[in-house]
Ligand binder design. Sequence first.
Ligand code: UD1
Ligand code: CA
Length: 469
Amino acid sequence: MAAGQGTRMKSARPKVLHTLAGRPLLQHVLEMAGTLGAQRPIVITGHGAERVESAMRAALPDVPIDFVRQQPQLGTGHAVQQAAAQLAQHAAAPGATTLILNGDVPLIAAGTARALVEASGGRRLALLTVELADATGYGRIVRAVPGEAASDVRAIVEHKDATPEQRAVREVYTGMMAAPTAQLLRWLSALSNDNAQGEYYLTDVVAMAVAEGVPVVAAAAAGETEVLGVNSPAQLAELERRLQRAQAEALMAAGVRLADPSRLDVRGRLACGRDVDIDVNCVFEGEVQLGDGVRIGANCVIRNARIESGALIHPYTHIDGEALGVTVGPAACVGPFARLRPGARLGAEVHVGNFVEVKNATLADGAKANHLAYLGDATVGARVNFGAGSITANYDGAHKHRTVIEDDVHVGSNCVLVAPVRLGAGATIGGGSTITKDAPAGQLSVARARQVALSGWQRPQKAAKASKG
Ligand code: UD1
Ligand code: CA
């Protein structure tokens, strides 16, 4: 179910597209459902339906999702009614079970969802419940013997429809259930909106199951976090912190040393080798791999990159591999204040220092660009030294061109290499040169005005002020 408006988010964005750990809430739920081997997920959209549908198609191109629209939104029962035609296609299969999840409850664990489906077994109505200290607003689990957990579930009563005695119940319905599909379809068609909110309550199917003699079972959630929904920015931030904390704990359990587990954000997948150290305030996005002994300084943002063993990333480095990725070779040294962009490929022991930008460029083993440089669309050989302030001029206003710098070249400071251009192996480029032609191997190329000294030249003098008589 993903049709609700999410009024309390106070946002133009549909609620289920707000992100947790960098991915939309609904995507978390669909990815989890994917691990259960669901036949075909059905997503009920309504508020912002087009945006929600296109975002999910883009995020999960390989998942065959059936989208159905609920317009207007008349309650959770009405929402599931919209999927009746799709559910009917599977209802005849033996043991056909429908698992109902919420697009705004993103951290539901696969194990819990699987247990819920198994509790249903295609024969029972299984409800995921949790005990809350403050159950205000939730549907209460009503049992044959009030308060007795072992006693049969009789109904779910919504908070607004509940008696004072029922409101005292702390066992609540989490919004997730698994039901035999054929029966569910029958119950859905019998729902009415005769209640305090004038809505079609999905939860009314419980009393219908009881009346038919279909067993209703309650499965307890593993913890509170996995059943928390997102209704407001504060709740979104709370879930983000819980998820980040859990990810940090898992990394530490695997041996990663975090300077502070509360100052780490992983928005994607971070794979680490042995003896990895990560200082405070680092953000990892997309797919990031850190080899053995990698050290990441404070305040680095790293996305879609592979950093090989022993590499050292100094503070304030920004690495963004986007679709092409970035690789940093073994024992390389990057930053502080370095920027590696898509297609940066650094070999072993490469040094990229402060205020150096590398894009779509390969730096072979031992190459160095230590200060204030731009290497774009370049092939840089082994042991090249690229001087401070030097750049590749790769763009002529219409096209990008390549610069090839062969092994052991020394590029002085403040050079402009106008691509396409090739510097032969062992060439030296004098500082301040603008290189527009290939430079021969092993020679010094200089391309700047010759220095002259003017012997008779006089520095201008300020005219002396006339003294007051
Ligand atoms: C529902 C349950 C309640 C339970 C609570 C847990 C009903 C009647 N009540 O409450 O017992 O304790 O969840 O959070 O089911 N949605 C739609 N279309 C609609 C209405 C809702 O798609 O017309 C979606 C929402 O986007 C949301 C989910 O259904 O993802 C739950 O809706 P919400 O309004 O948060 O739940 P309640 O009805 O308050
Ligand atoms: Ca509601």
